[in-house]
Design a protein around this ligand. Structure first.
Ligand code: ADP
Ligand code: MG
Length: 223
């Protein structure tokens, strides 16, 4: 059985149709990347998947007992608030030290526990969010533009880390990326979204698909 299946999903905000007729599924252990222009409904689709946004049409069917870890596109932390990485992991509920240490190590943030959240670099911050998302040993890890603001080597390193997390936890990963050429190597499957699924398949296949090229041009840079 798929981890989660979407059938005919639509989302409207007032008169605006953001998603229509979205069908897709995620299988156990696969890494799926969503690419699409700004405003194409990528974050909305992830929010539907985690149950934070009710679809106006269609059905979302998660596998029974599915555990999901989620990293939102934007997470604002008050920089004037003293908050160590270790304490951050205790929000909203306390986590045993051994569990926190393991998640931090798996996320490549093993040395950051005593640092202040406000002092982290962009890449360190994303690794800490990743650690928080894997605390609950998810079957499905959902990441909304986790490499936004990172340079290309930083992004590539983050995606290599994601592949390692998948190997260690055996979880599936669904992420949104704006850099198809950087994320390709770490993805089993790519979905190009523009209000609906324009094209989907193996990363190389999507990069050369006419539907993808119509949105992003013939270069390899994706939004
Ligand atoms: P993406 O992540 O692909 O950039 P989003 O899913 O964030 O796109 O947004 C798609 C469209 O839906 C945008 O036009 C956005 O303004 C609109 N939108 C998203 N969430 C809401 C909401 N809660 N209420 C009204 N409009 C929304
Ligand atoms: Mg978004």
């Amino acid at each position: 059985m798929s981890l989660v299946t979407l059938a005919g999903v639509g989302v409207r905000f007032g008169a605006q149709t953001v998603l229509h007729d979205v069908d897709f599924h995620i299988e156990r252990g696969e890494i799926v990347t969503i690419v699409g222009p700004n405003g194409s409904g990528k974050s909305t689709l992830l929010r539907v998947l985690i149950g934070a946004q009710r679809p106006s049409a269609g059905r979302v069917t998660p596998a029974p007992g599915l555990r999901v870890g989620y990293v939102p596109q934007k997470l604002h932390i008050d920089p004037t608030l003293p908050l160590t990485v270790r304490r951050f992991l205790d929000l909203p509920r306390r986590i045993p030290d051994a569990v926190a240490a393991e998640a931090l190590a798996q996320a490549g943030a093993g040395e950051l526990g005593l640092r202040q959240m406000a002092d982290l670099s962009g890449g360190q911050f994303q690794r800490v969010l990743l650690a928080r998302a894997i605390l609950s040993r998810p079957d499905l890890l959902i990441l909304d533009e986790p490499t936004q603001g990172l340079d290309q080597p930083g992004s590539a390193a983050f995606y290599r880390r994601i592949a390692e997390v998948r190997a260690e936890l055996g979880c599936a990963v669904l992420m949104v990326s704006h850099e198809l050429h950087v994320v390709m190597a770490a993805s089993d499957r790519v979905i190009c979204l523009n209000g609906h699924v324009c094209c989907a398949g193996h990363p190389e296949q999507v990069a050369s698909a006419p539907e993808y090229r119509a949105l992003f041009g013939t270069g390899t840079q994706g939004a």
